[in-house]
Design a protein around this ligand. Structure first.
Ligand SMILES: [Cu+2]
Length: 121
């Protein structure tokens, strides 16, 4: 119950005060970059955060036009990153990475970003 309440408060704070700086964990960068158009399949998906991701709750998933795409296990790097290998090459098309993690304050955060693999010339 206590955890539920804390998460609720966290969400309320984010919604109510976007302009107020918090100690909330944030995404620093990703590879592929958000909205990137790639000429070939990436070998892995990696995201860097402003705090160390909690390995228990952190998860990266990938979706393409045909549905979920297999990804290796989500690993936590020592550089505050999450990384998941792509076991096979992605075909041309649009993909969405969905992520879930938590930082120092333990509050679960989720988001997504997209990238495109261009058809070979
Ligand atoms: Cu928080």
């Amino acid at each position: 119950m206590r955890r539920m309440k804390t998460v609720g408060w966290c969400l309320a704070l984010v919604v109510a005060s976007v302009a107020i700086a918090t100690a909330h964990m944030a995404v620093q960068k990703t590879t592929p970059e958000a909205d990137a158009v790639l000429s070939e399949s990436p070998q892995q998906i990696q995201m860097w955060f402003t705090q160390s991701p909690d390995p228990v709750i952190s998860r990266l998933t990938l979706e393409g036009a045909g549905g979920a795409v297999a990804l290796g296990d989500t690993e936590v790097g020592d550089d505050r990153s999450l990384v998941a290998m792509l076991p096979s090459k992605l075909g041309a098309g649009a993909y969405t990475v969905r992520w879930r993690t938590a930082g120092d304050d333990g509050h679960t955060q989720r988001g997504e970003f997209a990238f495109t693999v261009r058809a070979a010339d």
